[in-house]
Every structure is written in C-alpha cells, then in structure tokens.
Write a protein that binds this ligand. Structure first.
Ligand SMILES: Nc1ncnc2c1ncn2[C@@H]1O[C@H](COP(=O)(O)OP(=O)(O)O)[C@@H](O)[C@H]1O
Ligand SMILES: O=C(O)C1=C[C@@H](OP(=O)(O)O)[C@@H](O)[C@H](O)C1
Ligand SMILES: [Mg+2]
Length: 163
C-alpha cells in the first residue's frame, strides 16, 4: 500500500497506449460500494474472493496494465494468474515512504489501526518474499518514476513486452 501501483500503473498505461485496470476500482465498480464498505460487510476474505475473481478474468486479456491491490500476492491462485498472464513489476518502496504516503488515508481498511506503521511493517515482512517470487522486474526506491520503470522494462525484455 502506497508503493504507487495505481499512480505509476496509470501513467505507464498512458505511455504504452495500453488500457489501464485497477483491480480495487474494478471490485468497487462491480459492487457499487467502496472498499471500506466491502471490508465492513464481507471482511477481508470477502474482498479477497472478489479481488481473485477480477484477477482471474483479467489474466485472460492482453494489452493491459493492471494495478493490483497490495494484498493480491497472498493467494497462490493470484500469483499463478499474474505470473502466467503477463510481466509482473514489483514496486519496492521503503517502509517510511509507504507510511508517509498512506498515513492520512481513510480508504485502506487494513491501516485503520492504532499503529499503522507497525501494521505496514508486518504486511511488508509477509508479502515482500511473495512479490519477489512472482516479479519479473523489481524497481526499488522512494521516488520511482514511469521513466525508470520503462528503462528497466526495455533493458529486461527489449520491445517484446509490446506484444
Ligand atoms: N512514484 C511516486 N512518487 C511520489 N508519490 C507517489 C508515487 N506513487 C504514488 N505516489 C503517491 O502516493 C500515494 C499512494 O499512491 P498509490 O498509487 O495509491 O499507491 P498504491 O496503489 O500502490 O497503494 C498517492 O498519494 C500518490 O500520489
Ligand atoms: O494491501 C492490502 O491488503 C490492500 C491494499 C489496497 O490497495 P493498494 O495497495 O492499491 O492501496 C486495497 O486492495 C485494500 O485496501 C487491501
Ligand atoms: Mg492502488
């Protein structure tokens, strides 16, 4: 959370002239309510089921930049779908930056706790190895730009990612 998946994803799609899909927005569009309401009514597990459904459907499509929610890597079926359907980019951002960017946000239910910094630390410890497992590319830093993502993409796979 706060790594910039939504922000960088949208900008990257624009640069590549690809469609952009944010799985959180897609879940919200399908249910007609915001994520906090989904978490409140169905719990995290209910949200994860909806998220997995969206990811499974997107895995069948091409020509898209997809920003997932930060917890999408938790389910093995999502990791499998991400790995087989496209090129996975991990935005590896330092914890203090993640905290700074999310600290005033009320729309991330998992961070509405007394110690969000500690929560982010725990989520990071659990998820970082999973991101590394699925990622084709890892972009690290507190000031990731679309250009730095593009440079790495080109270095890694030349123009073949265009397909
Ligand atoms: N590369 C970046 N550099 C500076 N600020 C960023 C960057 N990416 C995102 N942000 C800011 O951080 C916040 C969280 O970004 P967001 O794209 O929603 O992250 P995510 O989707 O990974 O949770 C937003 O306020 C956004 O403007
Ligand atoms: O890390 C998580 O478990 C979550 C991250 C959120 O997306 P962002 O990573 O885009 O904030 C959103 O899917 C939900 O609040 C749960
Ligand atoms: Mg996002």
């Amino acid at each position: 959370m706060g790594a910039g998946k939504t922000t960088i994803g949208k900008a990257l799609a624009r640069r590549l002239a690809y469609h952009f899909v944010d799985t959180d927005h897609e879940v919200e569009a399908r249910t007609g309510v915001g994520l906090p309401t989904i978490f409140e009514i169905e719990g995290e597990d209910g949200f994860r089921k909806r998220e997995a459904q969206v990811i499974a459907e997107l895995a069948a499509l091409k020509g898209r930049v997809v920003a997932t929610g930060g917890g999408a890597v938790l389910r093995p079926e999502n990791r499998q779908n991400l790995q087989t359907s496209g090129l996975v980019i991990y935005l590896d951002v330092p914890l203090p930056t993640l905290h700074e960017r999310t600290r005033h946000d009320k729309k991330r239910p998992l961070l509405q706790v007394s110690d969000p910094r500690q929560k982010l630390r725990e989520l990071h410890a659990q998820r970082d190895p999973l991101y590394r497992e699925v990622a084709d590319l890892i972009v690290s830093g507190s000031r990731i730009t679309v250009q730095s993502v593009l440079n790495l993409l080109i270095k890694k796979v030349g123009e073949s990612w265009k397909r």
